[in-house]
Design a protein around this ligand. Structure first.
Ligand SMILES: *[C@@H]1O[C@H](CO)[C@@H](O)[C@H](O)[C@H]1NC(C)=O
Ligand SMILES: *[C@@H]1O[C@H](CO)[C@@H](O)[C@H](O)[C@H]1NC(C)=O
Ligand SMILES: *[C@@H]1O[C@H](CO)[C@@H](O)[C@H](O)[C@H]1NC(C)=O
Ligand SMILES: *[C@@H]1O[C@H](CO)[C@@H](O)[C@H](O)[C@H]1NC(C)=O
Ligand SMILES: *[C@@H]1O[C@H](CO)[C@@H](O)[C@H](O)[C@H]1NC(C)=O
Ligand SMILES: *[C@@H]1O[C@H](CO)[C@@H](O)[C@H](O)[C@H]1NC(C)=O
Ligand SMILES: *[C@@H]1O[C@H](CO)[C@@H](O)[C@H](O)[C@H]1NC(C)=O
Ligand SMILES: *[C@@H]1O[C@H](CO)[C@@H](O)[C@H](O)[C@H]1NC(C)=O
Ligand SMILES: *[C@@H]1O[C@H](CO)[C@@H](O)[C@H](O)[C@H]1NC(C)=O
Ligand SMILES: *[C@@H]1O[C@H](CO)[C@@H](O)[C@H](O)[C@H]1NC(C)=O
Ligand SMILES: CC(=O)N[C@H]1CO[C@H](CO)[C@@H](O)[C@@H]1O
Length: 692
């Protein structure tokens, strides 16, 4: 281990002194920050932290270099580094599965700055900035790390700027992230949140060690043959880099835990990404991505699950953060919860705000407290609303599309049981307020809410009149922007950790065995958890389906789902107009997660047809730019969308059972550059029928 070098030994000698001051040093080879407990070294030849030591324990391990391999490592394959910045943001010459388009700044001609100072609370801090211009395009990427006295973590900011008037449109910012990428057996557990954690697979295929594993899909492995693998014993036979992914709404702290079996003195260790601020991310509270798979991620921009990404055009200049990588040490035998709980207290935007104000001059674009205000309102929630949330994001558009204004910030908070909601530290500007809740179809939306610097905006009483198209005859599922209630979704696997089934490889479940006669759902009798599949496929099997490698088009039992329901005469009395609402938790068209329209492909825009008692309704064509890659990347909520089908009630009958067919095009597939299923598909959130 590099730790047992002179530098490491010196550090060890220092610990034990009552108090050492914070130091910040630079040589021709590195920049180093150190306080009583944490030692950080940024290597100037690679632009990354490559030495990180907490109380004498090396947290990163020895450098390894794993050449880029599809489904294996990404970035430039270096391990034993981080936190560091990388992106998928330079002009690409091939598909992303070959690594083309990705860039890890710091190896071409990086420049550095060392900061040293004392903040408003008289606490010493040190900081490092790495800046690199990508020569072919002039894009500037910058990474900032700050260490404060008395803390054992790094405050990070990341910036990307593009000023090029001769080529005003560069490309989309497809991924922008920092990673903590260790290469040591110190870390034994993966932790997403309070409810989702597991022992790491050993060896971890996501780290490029694919012993006794079979790749069944892009970044997805069958490892069920392994003996003595704690992940297989406790969690599942499949592992994907998406298994531990999550949505941003409630996300506070995720990371890695070392149970002490491989530490120097059996102490336990934690490495955590604290999402203390989320306002510089995009996509609102429903944005989701991977957070830990052996690497700890801070995904600032991404579209793995189909969310929008901003375009990089002339003048683009955004700084993401702060986020905080926290490192801690516990006694032998401590649990991951104890170490994680310590980090949770930092997961609030007000934490260290004075410190961030103190360093604001060093960080272009950072919005200090003096340029922020607050907002409050009292929402009159519809009856039955649960888990309500208020979102402030780009004015005039769905918050999922707030990438359209690359300078937009975003905020959200839970609405309490009295309807009260309050958000602080909002960047001054004009916002759309969106309120949504479990159990309620549609949203409350109000545009043009102005937040002023140093002021409090009170929107007063907001009356949310839930959308309605008359009398509700029935609904299937709970509108909550997710498809958790169906077969193989939020149901639990029969293993000691009993994870939700959707987190495992979708190909572990055979639709044709589960539904040999297709989906036939009778309203009021059928069980959503048994009788409705979590994915409505167009075609099943084939590419990326390990168990059923031959594609099956079927005879309508795959692409056509049937819903039946009985109505009473009075249900239709004096009713003329029927509305059938479909809310989707996600849809995958030929545009996949990148929303790229491929002219050679027939299903960029995907029709979802509805036939009521033989009457074909006007189709809803799902547009290419609302496409996701959802269930196949272990998610039950992605870019959400919906539609209202309208038809005359005379199509309905009270004399006989009604039949409604949800129909995707037969045998519809698309081109996939990576090992992912070719079928198009949709995932339902909730359905309802109303008449008036
Ligand atoms: C910086 O990284 C390079 C490449 O990994 C390595 O060869 C070198 O020893 C490192 N420098 C320091 C000062 O650790
Ligand atoms: C602007 O972009 C074009 C095309 O990528 C490139 O040739 C040119 O060098 C860039 N200009 C600057 C100032 O970087
Ligand atoms: C798993 O083990 C079975 C039986 O030993 C063998 O047939 C199969 O090829 C193995 N699969 C993998 C992926 O190792
Ligand atoms: C690897 O898989 C084989 C079955 O294919 C199994 O017998 C063996 O125990 C496994 N080895 C490890 C280290 O998991
Ligand atoms: C303590 O650490 C040693 C290695 O230093 C290891 O062999 C042992 O399993 C550890 N004990 C526990 C309880 O983790
Ligand atoms: C999607 O496409 C429609 C129609 O072309 C356009 O109006 C809308 O702005 C696009 N949405 C996003 C997020 O790009
Ligand atoms: C990005 O630019 C493309 C090409 O001009 C456009 O179609 C797309 O809507 C833009 N997307 C966003 C989010 O601005
Ligand atoms: C599926 O339903 C549609 C609409 O009713 C129908 O046109 C089609 O023939 C059905 N069967 C198949 C195999 O697609
Ligand atoms: C579009 O699809 C064709 C196959 O029909 C494929 O060769 C091509 O790479 C695809 N283009 C993109 C941008 O994915
Ligand atoms: C379904 O599409 C595949 C191409 O994806 C084609 O090879 C196959 O013949 C089609 N099957 C039917 C029954 O149309
Ligand atoms: C090795 C080295 O350069 N050490 C210096 C680091 O910085 C502190 C103060 O910031 C100096 O006192 C050390 O000499």
């Amino acid at each position: 281990m590099r730790f047992s070098t002179v530098r490491g030994a010196l550090l060890f000698a220092c610990i034990g002194l009552a108090s050492t001051r914070l130091t910040a040093n630079e040589t021709s080879a590195y920049l180093q920050l150190e306080n009583d407990h944490l030692f950080v070294s940024v290597n100037k030849s690679i632009g990354r932290v490559d030495l990180l030591v907490l109380d004498g324990q090396d947290l990163l391990g020895s450098a390894a270099y794993i050449p880029y391999s599809p489904g294996g490592s990404s970035g430039d394959g270096r391990y034993g580094v981080g936190p560091y910045l990388d992106c998928y943001c330079i002009p690409a010459s091939g598909p992303s599965s070959t690594g083309s388009g990705s860039y890890t700044p710091g190896t071409i001609a990086p420049t550095y700055k060392l900061f040293k100072g004392v903040d408003a609370h008289h606490v010493a801090y040190g900081g490092v900035m790495m800046s690199e211009t990508y020569p072919p395009t002039g894009q500037v990427l910058q990474q900032y790390w700050f260490l404060r006295d008395g803390e054992t973590g790094l405050h990070t900011f990341s910036r990307i700027a593009y000023h090029n008037s001769t080529t005003p449109f560069l490309r989309n910012l497809q991924e922008f992230r920092t990673l903590f990428r260790p290469s040591t057996d110190l870390w034994t557990d993966l932790i997403t949140d309070d409810n989702l954690a597991s022992k790491m697979p050993v060896p971890n295929p996501a780290s490029g060690s694919t012993a006794n594993s079979t790749t069944v899909q892009d970044a997805t492995w069958y490892i069920g043959n392994r003996t003595d693998d704690p992940y297989v014993e406790e969690f599942a036979d499949y592992f994907t880099k998406y298994t531990f992914s999550t949505t941003w709404r409630d996300q506070k702290v995720h990371g890695l835990f070392g149970d002490g079996s491989n530490s120097k003195d059996n102490s336990t260790f934690g490495a955590w990404l604290v999402m203390n601020t989320k306002d510089t991310y995009y996509g609102g509270p429903t944005h989701s991505d991977l957070v830990v798979d052996g690497i700890i991620y801070n995904y600032m921009v991404s579209n793995h699950h189909g969310d929008g990404t901003p375009n990089i055009t002339d003048g683009f200049d955004r700084t993401f953060g702060p986020q905080y990588y926290h490192f801690n040490k516990g006694p032998a035998g401590a649990s991951w919860r104890e170490l994680r709980n310590e980090a949770v207290q930092y997961a609030t935007p007000s934490w260290n705000a004075d410190f961030y104000d103190s360093i604001a001059d060093h960080i272009p674009n950072y919005v200090p407290t003096s340029k922020r205000g607050s907002w409050k309102a009292k929402i009159d929630l519809p009856k039955g609303a649960k888990n309500a949330i208020a979102v402030l994001a780009q004015d005039g558009v769905d918050f999922q599309d707030n990438v359209l204004d690359t300078s937009a910030y975003q905020y959200w908070a839970d609405v309490d049981s009295n309807g009260k909601v309050e958000i602080d530290r909002i960047k001054a500007g004009k916002y759309r307020v969106t309120v949504y809740a479990d159990g309620i179809f549609g949203d409350f939306v109000q545009d043009g809410v102005v937040v002023r610097a140093g002021k409090s905006t009170n929107s007063g009483d907001l009356k949310w009149k839930p959308e309605s198209a008359g009398t509700e005859l029935w609904r299937i599922g709970t509108p909550d922007r997710a498809g958790g209630e169906w077969k193989h979704a939020a149901q639990r696997l029969n293993t000691p950790q009993h994870p939700e089934e959707f987190r495992i490889y979708w190909g572990a479940y055979d639709y044709l065995e589960d539904f040999p006669n297709g989906v036939n759902y009778h309203v009021g009798k059928s069980d959503p958890a048994k009788d409705l599949n979590y994915i409505h496929w167009s075609v099943f099997g084939g590419y990326a389906n390990w168990k059923r490698p031959k594609q099956v088009a079927g005879h309508g039992e795959i692409n056509n789902w049937t819903i039946t329901f009985d109505l009473e005469k009075h249900d239709l009395d004096k009713k003329r107009d029927a509305t059938f609402t479909v809310q989707l938790a996600g849809a995958k068209t030929a545009a996949g997660n990148t929303d790229v329209f491929n002219v050679t492909q027939p299903w960029n825009n995907l029709p979802l047809n509805v036939v009521v008692n033989g009457h074909e309704l006007e189709p809803w064509v799902i547009p290419y730019n609302q496409s996701s890659s959802c269930a196949t990347r272990s998610a039950i909520t992605c870019y959400t969308l919906g539609h209202k089908y309208k038809f005359p009630t005379k199509y309905l009958s009270s004399a006989q059972t009604n039949e409604l067919v949800l129909s995707l095009p037969y045998n519809a597939t698309d081109y996939e550059s990576a090992l992912l299923p070719r079928s198009v598909y949709v995932q339902y959130d909730a359905l309802r029928l109303e008449v008036k």
